[in-house]
Design a protein around this ligand. Structure first.
Ligand code: 5GP
Length: 181
């Protein structure tokens, strides 16, 4: 049909659905083991919108009672580069004071966003604060952040799919791809 794009677009596959599923099952098992004693005080916090797909799959691999909350943030910069200046556009719905908080991120690129988020949430006095990220681009690090649970280290390519977008599109791909330059 005229005007209709082919779907999925011709991205190269970096991580297939089967690889994502397998690694997320391992992360879920590891998190379950680590947080077993903490019971109902575990709160997963996902950053909108990129982390939502990962959050949905990860939480179903964690065999513990837990709650979820979401935070909207806007980074000043263009679509492909973070500036580190971050604005909260939508805050958590509940206090995290005294809770065991696990931040769920899609990708740590420069580390600036995660660094801001970590500092911000720490001031709210959670019982503990850890970071889980599906992807990490070590070559791009500007600010070191401790990633307690990491899915995959990836090369310095702009990746897309499984929550990650290009101009708000392609978040619904079930694999992680990249555009070959
Ligand atoms: P950072 O502050 O670590 O540089 O960037 C974090 C945010 O930038 C991510 O949460 C994500 O929204 C965006 N980002 C960084 N690298 C990529 C990428 O390769 N692809 C996409 N789609 N977004 C990215």
């Amino acid at each position: 049909m005229a005007g209709q794009e082919t779907f999925p677009p011709p991205f190269k596959t970096l991580l297939a659905k089967s690889e994502l599923d397998a690694r997320i099952a391992e992360l879920g098992a590891e998190i379950t083991r680590d947080y077993k004693e903490m019971g109902e005080d575990l709160v997963l916090i996902a950053v909108l919108k990129g982390s939502v797909i990962f959050m949905a799959d990860l939480c179903r691999q964690i065999n513990l009672p837990l709650s979820m909350d979401f935070m909207g943030i806007a980074s000043y910069g263009d679509d492909t580069k973070s500036s580190g200046v971050v604005q909260i556009t939508s805050d958590l719905s509940k206090s995290i004071k005294g809770k065991h908080v696990l931040i769920v991120e899609d990708i740590i690129d420069t580390g600036l966003t995660a660094h801001y988020l970590f500092d911000n949430l720490k001031t709210r006095n959670p019982a503990s604060l850890k970071l889980c990220s599906l992807l990490h681009k070590p070559e791009r690090t500007e600010r070191e952040v401790q990633i307690d649970y990491l899915g995959f280290s990836v090369p310095n390519k702009f990746v897309v799919g499984y929550g990650l977008d290009i101009a708000q599109k392609y978040r619904n791909l079930d694999f992680i791809g990249y555009v070959e330059e």
